[in-house]
Write a protein that binds this ligand. Sequence first.
Ligand code: C2E
Ligand code: CA
Ligand code: CA
Length: 624
Amino acid sequence: MTGTRTTSDDGAMTETGGRRPLPTPAARPHPTQRLIRHNDILDLVVQNASLSNILQVVTGMVEREIRGCRASVLLLDEPGLHLRAAAAPSLPAEYTAAIDGVEIGPQVGTCGTAAYEKRVVITTDIATDPAWVPWLGAAAEAGLAACWSTPFLGLHGRVLGTLAVYFDHPCAPAAGELELLHDAGHLAAVAVQHDAVRRLLHDTHRTHPLTGLPNRVALTERLRAVEADAVETGDRFAVVQVAIEGMSHINEGLGPTVGDSVLRTVAGRLGRLIEGRGVAAHLWGCDFVVLVVGLLDDDDARTMAEQIRSALTEPFDVEGMTLVVDVSIGLSTYGSDVLDAGDPADEPLRTANVALERAKLAGNQVIGVYDPHSDPGAAVRLLAPELRRGMDDEELTLAYQPVVTLGDEKLDHYEALLRWASPHGTVSPEEFVPVAEQTGLVADLGRYAFSRALAETARVRAAGRDVGVSVNLSVLQLSDEGLPGRIADLLGEYDVPAHRVTLEVTEGVLLNSAKGWGTLARIRDVGVRVSLDDFGTGFSQIGYLRRFRFDEIKIDRTFVRDMESDVMARAIVVGTIGLARAADMDVVAEGIENRTQADLLRELGCTHGQGYLFGRPASTPSAT
Ligand code: C2E
Ligand code: CA
Ligand code: CA
């Protein structure tokens, strides 16, 4: 070491070299001024400005406050061995490049030594310092003659980097200047640590904590990029969803530590398999997705899926045991056609999942390949906008089917049934009512059906016939607590007596909630009748009968169809009629198509009948 270079443990300086001339007092910033600048930098940290941006501002501040200096920040890499240039706005790029990546050590320039020894190092004259020998040329080229460097530290005293100032003439710090350098180094440390936390959070947010694979968030981002490429280039890609089966047995039988090891091994195998060809992600639990890019064709995707299966069904050596798991695999492939998908970002993931569910149903190691024809979700997406348009364009109407009293086969009331004449042909309510239920259109549809049916019934009643009407209600409409009030209003508006109006409900989710039952009770309080439709097909209907005072039960048409040939169907018909009679409810048999059925049902004591024998649904009630 030469006399021009001094180190100090506590940051205090021991001067042995030449002094630089003291700056004039006017040039020194006032302490409050400095505080304001510090606050500016902390504001940048709080506002999540980029690290390089903040470090540039720190060096700028130092350059303003220590006259004639050029400042630089170097950051120590993760293993703590090398310094990387992070900010040096006033130094020539060639010089910065020359010192970038230098390994720290006891005799490595000013900064390398400062980082290594965790001390302020002051080189008052670079030209005479042996520690600078390898960089003398670069320093001379850049016009650098002196350098003072302070390491800044993070948690547990770990060196994060160095903040250095350079001068074009040999010199040592004046009073207060080292303190200033030290303060600025502290700000750099705050920024660097904040950045590390931010990156950690970012990674945590994007990886699965157990396996470290990208999670759904990261996968979706990557998928968006792949989709954009596919649209541009037509390149095909595949989403392979993989479910590890039997994990609950492993967790229950061998414990969660073994289960975790299996999942980590799965992750490792998937990661290695896909390396360079896409990305493996861990969605949750036992569900993984492999995104495969650059496929030649769809067979290529299938080959990849097969490879995934063979890789994962190889035995695992975990904690001294050999385990085997089974996997279910669903596959969907896309190219530029990904644009046609409703919500392109999620669609490939959704369809791979549909394919996976199909594979699970099929069993037998089948790889499920997505098929839009057996995807109810696709039907909903395609049909929903059409249905909305059809409702606006008044393509929906009602058909009226007679319900007779079986004793005399005279008309009692009509059931109003929705019809949709779309430009592509007639669509069955069995198809579009579920779509309306899944897309929130069912409330509008129900409102329309009810008011239209009342208007039509009022017209027939005005002509002197005492007919009633029944309207189907989706259980989802029961989430609308305003419904009973609106029903009462419409009854008043059309002047149809409440007891001649029936609302038919089937088993459904809302009847598992107190709110649904509450709305139904308030509907009945309005005075209308409530009917339990499709009786015999659901799981909970007997329970419903105990819970609610229905006015009527409708025996599902499948029992009427089968009652002559199937003893169980007949037993259910007999039982339902007995139940209804005992509880003083009307009972309507649906789907009566022939006289034998009508006669048998009458003999069994069924009160009402409906079916093609008495009349098909027709466009106006009066016409039947
Ligand atoms: P549902 O309430 O059980 O209606 C009876 C269905 O049986 C009707 O089918 C009717 O046309 C049919 N049908 C009547 N007699 C016979 C027969 O003798 N033989 C056979 N094979 N079938 C017969 P549709 O009109 O296709 O309606 C199907 C389902 O759509 C209805 O079943 C109901 O669940 C639903 N739906 C219809 N209109 C509405 C509505 O306005 N709102 C709601 N939420 N659902 C409706
Ligand atoms: Ca019905
Ligand atoms: Ca029915």
